[in-house]
Write a protein that binds this ligand. Structure first.
Ligand SMILES: [Fe+2]
Length: 381
């Protein structure tokens, strides 16, 4: 019997210079006073001033909120929501990587639904509509501008909470590849590897569909083709292709979910405040090996893209593909062993007991208990 699929994405405005449509978009959504969320890095690169200029040209009033850090915290969303309500804003614009965008979703959520951000942890727990949201991603990776995910750190429990709901999909995503030109090499790699991981995990997810699988594979092909040249040359042509890849991966994982790798990555971020994108080169090959028996054919499809051709059997192609991915990650000059980012091996058990409760694990193709996750961590150590 055919399963029922749903596929939800924002309106997407893509292209060089598309940032200039931001004011118009906010206006079309009924906004009169914008709540702009961004961070120091984007202020320094001049992009915050540029967005404000565009808003003022559209005669919109605005307030600015920048109390957001990498791995955004629960209290930052509470404070932001209070400020949003106090200022009487009516539309939220986020400019940034995953952190400002996830924080903006948390602010929109608490401002409109009340309570604490913790009340909404998990899937489908939001019952009232959010304010209109226009998101401008500044990295090609997180997919938060496309997705129904928001990841917020619960400081008290040292847990990165996954909050998933269709109401967290922004109304409009404005993707302007020109913003990528001001990003560092390290951030370009971390973001692209995050997108690659979104693509791989959504492709093998238990709830993938024909609508998501095509996007996952498109993202994998584009990242393999363009990441290294983008890092070497910083040319806009390659950066733009990474933007397309990240958007495709966002469409895929938002609708198909992720897996054990992201469950572990969230716990690592919650416990050790690690940079999300740099966790994947360490864990992804080992999670794929763990999943291999549950989705050999699909991993072989990924393997064929990595290898450029199929080998003698599906098993061979899948296994060689994972090895090739490991080699590829090694060549990016990023940490590839878990011990490089976690100093204390004795904390791995707690880490895995936390990860086993992450909602991302529900869509992993092979069921995994905390002992399985611990085994994956040892393999990656
Ligand atoms: Fe991610």
């Amino acid at each position: 019997m055919t399963r029922v699929h749903k596929f939800s994405i924002p309106e997407i405005i893509f292209g060089r210079g598309s940032l200039s449509y931001t004011g118009l978009c906010a206006r079309q959504l009924g906004g009169e006073k914008v709540f702009l969320v961004s961070d120091r890095g984007l202020e320094e690169a001049g992009w915050v001033a540029r967005v404000i200029e565009v808003l003022e040209a559209e005669k919109l009033r605005w307030v600015y909120y920048s109390e957001v850090v990498s791995n955004p915290r629960d209290f930052q969303t509470h404070k932001g929501a209070e400020y949003y309500l106090q200022q009487g804003a009516d539309v939220i614009i986020a400019l940034g990587g995953g952190s400002p965008m996830d924080a903006a979703k948390g602010i929109a959520l608490v401002a409109s639904n009340g309570g604490q951000i913790q009340d909404y942890e998990g899937a489908n727990r939001i019952h009232r509509p959010l304010p209109p949201m226009v998101f401008i991603p500044s990295t090609a990776g997180s997919g938060s501008d496309i997705s129904q995910f928001s990841i917020i750190t619960d400081v008290g429990r040292q847990v990165k909470m996954s909050i998933i709901s269709r109401t967290l999909v922004p109304n409009i995503s404005i993707i302007d590849p020109l913003i990528l030109e001001t990003k560092s090499q390290k951030l370009i790699i971390a973001a692209a590897i995050d997108a690659l991981c979104h693509a791989v995990e959504s492709y093998v997810s238990k709830i993938s569909s024909p609508f998501t699988e095509v996007q996952s594979l498109q993202a994998i092909r584009l990242i393999l083709q363009h990441l290294k040249p983008a890092v070497a040359t910083r040319s806009l042509e390659h950066l733009e292709q990474l933007s397309i890849a990240s958007t495709a991966a966002g469409m895929a994982f938002s609708n198909a979910g992720l897996g054990a790798e992201h469950a572990l990555a969230h716990s690592l971020g919650g416990m050790f405040d690690t940079l999300h994108g740099l966790v994947h080169p360490i864990l992804l090959p080992h999670v794929m090996r763990f999943n291999l028996s549950a989705c050999t054919e699909k991993i072989a499809v990924i393997g064929e893209i990595l290898l450029g051709r199929p080998l003698g059997s599906v098993q061979e192609t899948a296994a060689a593909g994972i090895e090739m991915l490991e080699t590829y990650c090694g060549e990016l000059n990023v940490p590839v062993r878990l011990r490089e980012i976690v100093q204390d091996r004795s904390r791995l058990e707690d880490l895995c007991k936390m990860a086993v409760n992450d909602v991302c694990l529900l869509t992993n193709p092979r069921p995994a208990g905390w002992e399985d996750l611990l085994h994956i961590c040892w393999e990656a150590w």
